[in-house]
Design a protein around this ligand. Structure first.
Ligand code: EPU
Length: 337
């Protein structure tokens, strides 16, 4: 375990932003992680997982700890379910593909989401009608100050739309080291209710899809809309879809009758921010090396040489334009550092 100084993070964030870590170390086991935390008690620390949900706007004046814990195992199983534990540093998509290969169901709708397993609970990742909370059992985490290990069960995680306890009450206090999922072995709950999946399966004449079919459909949809970070720097959806009270929405809807919306409760609706950004005329717009993706307006992209500040400026332009057009504030989903 070597601590490196003045280390470039360009290959450690999917936006591909050039920023330096004052110090950087990759840890490969919980015991390495513990000793690094112990030896650097008074040092400022920054935890880095897959780097797929952050925008670096400056150098990090801290010890950056890259969580590179690998491994997965079956904890227990019965006739219907299997409990699988994955270490935090496993690549999420590889983990999903592995589960599908074992015929374990529940993760297939979340194929091709960038990032590592350990960061999935932090923002309760989700796609195409499924969220991590649907299969999540618990996660183990280490307290950065006391070094005590703690298991968080599902209730304790307080999962919400792209939300959890890790973004709120215990923010910056814990490092997740492993996650346990409960997956189906048979009677898989195939979820094709999200419109795009139904259409993609129909296109391929698949009427009774299995896990692999759903995964392939999701992969095809994502590839058609979302840029591959290896080719074009990005962090997935940059903004959250705003949630409005129905009473507020109704007033806005009168002025914009074509506005898309989804009922999410008796009193609230969710508006697709991608639609708002597109209608505000920003889809595909480029400002230097930073821009708004041409196929999915919710995604901001780095054409190569953009700085984090330039991407942040574009995000502010997007927020202001959407607000001035519709009177709706859209909030960043990505962590801005
Ligand atoms: N839309 C537009 N223009 C756009 C983009 C979207 O009009 O440029 C409209 C679409 O036509 C559709 C609606 O907005 O009616 C929803 O679009 P889409 O199905 O692409 O999903 P999204 O709401 O834009 C969310 C997640 C994605 C996830 C997809 C699929 C958030 C912030 N984003 O996007 O998650 O993949 O649903 O489930 O909730 C991520 O979090 O990084 C991410 C990519």
């Amino acid at each position: 375990m070597e601590i490196l100084n003045n280390f470039s993070l360009k290959n450690y964030n999917t936006f591909g932003i050039e920023a330096k870590a004052e110090q950087f170390v990759a840890v490969h086991s919980v015991s390495e992680l513990k000793s690094i935390l112990e030896q650097n008690k008074n040092q400022k620390k920054f935890v880095l997982g897959g780097g797929s949900n952050m925008l670096l706007t400056k150098n990090i004046e801290a010890l950056v700890i890259h969580i590179d814990l690998k491994g997965k195992k079956i904890l227990k199983e019965d006739a219907d379910y299997v409990w699988v534990e994955s270490q935090a540093g496993e690549n999420w998509h590889q983990f999903v593909l592995w589960a599908i290969d074992q015929n374990f169901g529940g993760l297939e709708n979340m194929s091709l989401i960038p990032g590592n397993v350990g960061t999935t609970p932090v923002q309760n990742i989700g796609a195409y009608g499924t969220e991590i909370k649907d299969t999540f059992v618990s996660c183990d985490a280490i307290n950065i100050e006391s070094l005590e290990m703690r298991t968080f069960n599902k209730e304790e995680c307080n999962f919400g739309y792209r939300e959890s306890i890790f973004k709120n009450e215990v923010k910056d206090q814990y490092i997740i080291t492993s996650v346990v999922f409960k997956l189906t072995k048979q009677n898989h709950k195939i979820n094709t209710s999200y419109g795009d999946i139904t259409a993609e399966l129909a296109k391929n004449n698949i009427t009774t899809p299995g896990l692999k079919d759903v995964s392939n459909a999701v992969i095809a949809i994502r590839k058609s809309k979302l840029p591959d970070p290896a080719e074009l720097g990005n962090s997935g959806s940059f903004f959250k879809n705003p949630i409005l009270l129905k009473s507020d929405f109704e007033k806005i809807h009168q002025n914009f009758p074509e506005m898309r919306f989804f009922d999410i409760s008796e009193t609230e609706v969710k508006i697709p921010a991608g639609w708002l950004i597109e209608q505000a005329g920003l889809k595909g717009k480029r400002f230097g090396d930073a821009g708004i993706h041409k196929n999915q307006a919710l995604v901001l992209v780095n054409y190569g040489g953009a700085t984090g500040q330039e991407i942040l400026d574009v995000s502010k332009t997007v927020q202001d334009t959407v607000f001035n057009t519709f009177g709706i504030h859209i909030e960043a989903e990505v962590n801005i550092i």
